[in-house]
Design a protein around this ligand. Structure first.
Ligand SMILES: [Zn+2]
Length: 385
């Protein structure tokens, strides 16, 4: 385990079977622009150097370094997440600050609060898809004996009307590189940010579900993107992964891709989990044929996140992460569950060294990476021949 700074962890006090009451702290600090800011939230991590990680009631994480911190004091409030009504009231001004010229509305479903400029119909269509994924995700892992808990708080989603609005929002929210994507889940803010991929800059929001269905059929990636980003969010809110802990990207991305497979025979465009992902398997096939694929890249994916982040290897790394996830879920399910459980124990703000990641992988899968790779390539030949 690689430690970043000296970090001590706050133990939660539990009392019998009662849910632990978590105290709220108030923190005065200087934000990245040097402005004074005050937040109230629960203390997640306290570093020995005085830095803190705070979660506010809307689920946002604030990482405050010792030189930003001005004052911290306890309050007598206990920590509670926002209700869906309150979360909607929080998301609206947030969106308005980033896109002052747009009109936003809030659409609520059982587990989601959607703040949108893409029209009520489209948000409702996404809400149905999200709810279906929510149920399917939890049921899928329950059947595979991976222990998860249904999030007790509403999950925040932002849907912009078109790419231009998305780019403006994403740049203000996460920086210019986020603006290039088709959508994202932010580990820091816990929000999924999407846009209506079927829209052009001139088109008006869809007025009926039939119109949406026509547009979706013409744009299957729309469904895959919604499901992909929402899978990240559920995984990070149900205890599958821990936000700001060491989660190998092949695991988090592999899982999102395992779920994303669109199903265009279904009216909603998505119904089943774990069908072969043709986009990713064709990419893997291409990498093998054109001799871009190597054992080195495979080992590197198991040990570190770097290959996913450089432009040269990113597409092949994603394909490999899907294929490996598919292979281990289909053939080494218990070992995969064991590995997931091991990752669930990771503490926030501790980052593993590459050799430790690889060692844990080999321990949980009870084999050397090279042997698993051989078996995996044999299994994947049904897609790559
Ligand atoms: Zn992803």
């Amino acid at each position: 385990m690689h430690r970043v700074g000296l970090i001590a962890f706050l133990a939660l006090l539990t009392c019998g079977n009662l849910a632990p009451a978590v105290d709220v702290v108030e923190v005065d600090f200087r934000n990245e622009d040097g402005e004074a800011q005050t937040i109230q939230g629960r203390l997640l991590v306290e570093a020995a150097d005085g830095g803190v990680l705070i979660e506010t009631r809307d689920g946002r994480f604030w990482s405050i370094t010792p030189d930003q911190l001005v004052k911290r004091k306890p309050t007598d409030a206990s920590f509670q997440r926002l209700t869906s009504e309150q979360l909607g009231q929080r998301l609206l001004p947030e969106a308005k600050t980033r896109l002052p010229d747009q009109q936003f509305e809030v659409v609520k479903t059982k587990h989601y609060v959607i703040c949108t400029s893409a029209g009520r119909k489209y948000a409702e269509w996404c809400g149905e898809l999200l709810e279906r994924l929510f149920r399917a995700f939890l049921l899928h892992w329950k059947q595979k004996k991976v222990e998860l808990s249904e999030p007790a708080h509403p999950l925040p989603i932002v849907i912009l009307a078109n790419r231009q609005q998305f780019a403006q929002y994403a740049t203000a929210d996460e920086g210019p590189s986020a603006a290039e994507s088709q959508g994202y889940y932010s580990i820091k803010s816990n929000r999924v940010v999407l846009f209506d991929l079927t829209a052009t800059s001139q088109s008006a929001p869809a007025k009926s579900t039939a119109e949406i269905n026509r547009k979706i059929a013409a744009s299957p990636f729309n469904v895959a993107t919604v499901v992909h980003e929402a899978t990240h969010q559920i995984a990070f809110n149900s205890g599958m992964h821990t936000r700001m802990a060491d989660n190998p990207l092949w695991v988090t991305e592999g899982m999102a891709m395992y779920f994303e497979t669109p199903d265009l025979r279904s009216r909603s465009g998505w119904r089943t989990i774990g069908k072969p992902n043709r986009v990713r398997s064709n990419q893997l096939k291409d990498a093998i044929r054109k001799k871009r694929r190597s054992s080195e890249l495979f080992t590197s994916i198991l040990s570190e996140d770097k290959p996913f982040l450089d432009a040269k290897n990113a597409a092949d790394s994603y394909a490999e992460a899907w294929a490996l996830t598919y292979f281990v879920i289909k053939t080494r399910r218990e070992q995969y569950s064991k590995y997931i459980k091991r990752l669930q124990e990771k503490k926030r703000l501790f980052w593993d060294k590459p050799e430790d990641r690889l060692r844990e992988f080999e321990e949980c899968f009870e084999a050397q990476a090279a042997d698993i790779e051989k078996e995996y390539l044999r299994y994947m030949r049904r897609f790559t021949r």
